[in-house]
Design a protein around this ligand. Structure first.
Ligand SMILES: Nc1ncnc2c1ncn2[C@@H]1O[C@H](COP(=O)(O)OP(=O)(O)OP(=O)(O)O)[C@@H](O)[C@H]1O
Length: 218
């Protein structure tokens, strides 16, 4: 398994006291498998991705990524896991404002030590970004920024892609092209994909669908 989520609980303290968002969640994802995570707004989908990425810690339970227990690692080991193994496409694109599009696209692959120019060019072309290489993030539309964020992650060929509504700013045709590319990467290099989506149409193209409700798999 590239990902095992075992008995994960997570609560947040808000104005009305403690609210349990994840309540003993179990989920497995095999290498190369693609899974759509659905659930109503506030059901904990983004929280789960944040925990898997090691950006926050569960209150209880275990999250294993590629044989390593994420929540038992120290900060630098968690950062190394994100650099080498886990690719994130989150709703905040986190592009680097001082780098142009071409450099943003290469950034993650370079950090991971996997910069592969033919693959980078293919990703850039397939995402329709070839003519935008010299622009800076602030000169891009929301959908263009989203495609750069996706390209940067895919260019690095991570073993596990965590994507939170990765096509939320794109029209249907562009969303389909992005998913084509993710599914192809999954097929060709065995990458697993855990994707949050509200789109039944996109969810239907993945291997499995899991619905979160009341902090558990429904
Ligand atoms: N850092 C935080 N502090 C307090 N509450 C939080 C925090 N992060 C998330 N929550 C709460 O946890 C619940 C789950 O949030 P989460 O963002 O995981 O939901 P979601 O399923 O991704 O929703 P959406 O589909 O709207 O993006 C919400 O009630 C949210 O307000």
């Amino acid at each position: 398994m590239i990902l095992t989520i075992d008995g994960v609980r997570k609560s947040f303290t808000g104005p009305e006291g403690s609210v349990r968002v994840l309540d003993g969640l179990h989920l497995d994802l095999a290498a190369g498998e693609t899974l759509a995570l659905t659930g109503e707004s506030g059901s904990g989908k983004s929280t789960l991705l944040t925990l898997v990425a090691g950006l926050d810690a569960p209150d209880e339970g275990r999250i294993m990524v590629s044989g390593q227990q994420v929540n038992a690692l120290d900060d630098s080991a968690r950062a190394a896991l994100r650099r080498t193994t886990v690719g994130l496409v989150f709703q905040q694109f986190n592009l680097i404002p001082s780098l142009n599009v071409a450099a943003n696209l290469a950034f993650q692959a370079r950090l991971a030590g996997r910069l592969d120019m033919p693959w980078l060019e293919e990703v850039t072309g397939r995402l329709g970004l070839s003519d935008l290489g010299n622009r800076y993030p602030e000169q891009l539309s929301g959908g263009q920024q989203q495609r750069v964020a996706i390209g940067r992650t895919l260019a690095a060929r991570p073993a596990l892609i965590l994507a939170d509504e990765p096509t939320g700013n794109l029209d249907e045709a562009a969303a389909d092209r992005v998913l084509d590319l993710m599914l192809e990467l999954s097929r060709d290099s065995g990458a697993a994909l855990l994707m949050v989506t509200h789109s039944k149409r996109l969810a239907g193209r993945l291997d499995r669908r899991v619905h979160l409700s009341r902090g558990r798999v429904a």
